[in-house]
Design a protein around this ligand. Sequence first.
Ligand SMILES: [Zn+2]
Length: 603
Amino acid sequence: MAFSRNFIEELKKRNNIEEVVGRVVTLKRSGANLAGKCPFHSERTPSFYVFPATSSYYCFGCGAGGDVVTFVMQTENLDYREAVEQLAKRAGIKVEETDTPRSSAPAVKRERLWEINREAGRFFYRALLAPEGANARAYLIKRQFNSATVKMFGIGYAPGGYDSPLCAFLISKGFTPQEILTANLGRESKNGRLYDVFRNRLMFPVADVNGEIVAFSGRRLNEEDERKYINTSETPVFKKGKVLFALNLAKNSKSGSFIMCEGAPDAIAMHQAGFDNAVATLGTAITPEHARIISRYVRTVYLAYDIDKAGRNATLKGIDMLNQVGVDTKIINLGTETKDPDEFIKKFGADAFRAKLTGSTGQIDYSIDEIISRFDISVAEEKLRAAGEVTKFIASLASRPEREVYCERAAAKLGLTPESLRAEAERLAKKNTRKAGGEYAKKALDTQSGYGDTPNADKLRFSSEASHEEAILGILLVRSDLGPAAVNELDENDFATALNKKIFALFRDDFASGSELVLSKDGVLSPKEIGALEGCRASRLALGDNTEDALRAQIKALKELRSRADYDKKIENDPSGVLKEYLESLKNKVNDKKPEDQNGKGS
Ligand SMILES: [Zn+2]
């Protein structure tokens, strides 16, 4: 065992699960427990629960579950040891040294990557103020970034040339070539020399949600350079599909909404103009991960992408992603005079932009306009095709009154009567509901019967056994004091399904001593397996009957099923032998009765 039981217990006690989960998920009280929207799958209504009594969490939607350690592992992409170390640091307890070698430990520690990025940020900032940074400063003046903004965002300059001043600086600060390569600040040439990744570029440090610099976005200063932006490639501390530029600032905004921009400079310009809720993705469209992260902080997002085709596509994708997590989207229509929000603010001022926010189009109107704009509706055939596409879109809206309203609006835009759209929209809507219902039922059935990606594949073959096994494990997770009683009556061979058998064997000693289980124990169980166990626990917590009697009843039922299965197997293997045995037993029963009967007759 890598860490002692005492250490892990102390760690869990000092890291309250409500607090640890609460940093990521907005939790609301629900009876004795807390509920929120699951951070592991996209959903509109909460099916993710935290159980303070057992220091555990479980999602009824996707089956994710575990304790504080697994939660940190899953939300921050850490391995078991890293998660333990982070929680220990947070609680101010010393990590105990273990003799077990760190098998899956990364070659470069995350702390070192934060440090190296911090140093690089300082280097770029100093270079901006040095004589060599004149070009970069001129660009900032052109974009009207003031010195307070430059300081707040730590904007800097990566000097040009192939003498690689950054790499040389980092080596002088004691970083190893491996650390420089892992942080993606340097690359290795064919003859083995380190060179700087960013050359002659304006540098925007990218911070994670906690404000640690995890990457850089470098904009070209020489318009002849091929790529306008170079962003840090993914590193152990930077996953671009998960990081939003300026989220560390925007999360503190009082506005209750985010403004989503296309790149770092746009978001910075927006902050300078007083919109402290601007964020940007880095070289990607909004990902499902982004959407989930956003949904933790706000309920509304204004999409302020460029007005070109790429911007329109990004807007449509953003609407879709954000809708799936229940975040409302509004689209800012800046007209055709300027090409992006930054230009608009420069030309018309922040107040005019604020007015655009209040007058922004809802996502539905935007989508309808977008669809219609793809057709030339002055041509009858095109108009009909536009009507068809719009109707299909309206049919996807959830409520009937909503569909009515948008049928009317779309019809007016197309120059048709609302009735002409309505009947078709309703017909399609009904079809959609049926399809969705069917899919949902199938998914529920699959999960229950052990299909799909459940960790316990045997569940399909042994469904009755599995239900008793899960009840037993669930009760033991809720009531560790019943463990000794269970171990007296059960051993792992009483379990029919492989996963439950393995779990019982793994925790046998803990059951026997009646102590609390640590499911994340050394990372032996996979997150899916831990999730399955938390599912057993959550079901029993919901059911409520977790007495010793209930446990014994489940054990009895499981054993009966198992002995019946043994009997069936015997018949299968040796039908005549079993039949003979059976007849013998009947004969014995008859013989046992005989004397009684004779006695009865005789008296
Ligand atoms: Zn979930």
